[in-house]
Write a protein that binds this ligand. Sequence first.
Ligand code: FNR
Length: 340
Amino acid sequence: MNSNEKLSYRNKNILAPMVRIGRLPTRLLALQYGADIIYSEEIIDHRFIQCKRTINNALDTIDFTLDHDSRPMFRTCAVEKSKVVLQLGTANAERALKAAKLVEQDVAGIDVNMGCPKEYSTKGGMGAALLTNPENIKDILTTLVKGLSIPVTCKIRVLPELKDTIKLVQMIESTGVVALAVHGRRKEERPRHTVRVDEIRAITEAVSIPVIANGGSEDCIQSYSDIEKFRSATGASSVMIARSAQLNCSVFRKEGLLPMEQVIKDYLKIAVRYDNHYINCKFCILEMMKEKQETPVGQAVRSALSLEQICAAWNMTEYLQSSRLKRGLPTGSDVINDEP
Ligand code: FNR
């Protein structure tokens, strides 16, 4: 990608980074429904730098895989190349750059997670732990900006005092990042707490880079028309959606929401095409089914031990077989799907 084609973060609807959910099928589904930019799930730098990059000719994908693992940590393809942002979990500038370099030619941008409040992240100095370590933020972001030819962004939560958040975002802007995603909650706040729309707005007024407003699912965003309302309430340039897209990815559709059954079938077509692991498919589909998990189809998905069985539950066996035949992949249950 030359510098004229760099990804713009202005006026965009964005799929948020989500562990387990934000793998290739969900990202492509979000694109299909109208998302402008799609973020990967968080990938931890020290694990990622041990991956090998391989071109998978059978699937037309690029896979980043650890030696001992048959499943890629990150799988991507040409369809998403100009829209996909890889999110890193990091606490170290040098390692972050090494990880980003490995994937630089395959993605449109790199994001740094500075909002994850979970202990596994914060105890290593990653995620929301960075918010109280501005020196390290500066080091990581300036190193990435200097060392990469693709745009760098970060995703933060707000601090307890607005004036401290403002100081922080102005420092972040000075590192050369092209945009900033703000989850409008504090580190201690859970998804049920009301999103801090006014604090996001104050941030947008304090910086000149595009701000990506996040945190509006449930409170504000159920369907496409709500995205615009959230954008104007926060004054942000772009909007990033997690939970509402996890539940029904067609939230990105201008024409309105599709029924859950249709979304699952659309998801499965992509999952089959890119041979996504059945355990991940199961997780994503059950999240979409929510209270319908107790129906016979839901129970069949829950007890499935292969992608074939999930497709059978959705009357998509024929689709699976013809798609696999086309790619010269085994069509029966001998396909190895061995997630531990
Ligand atoms: C998340 N979130 C998240 N954030 C992040 O920066 N990196 C990640 O990998 C994840 N993983 C993740 C998984 C799942 C299942 C959920 C629901 C959330 C947080 C997410 O990106 C977002 O900030 C919040 O969910 C708030 O946005 P919504 O849900 O109100 O749109």
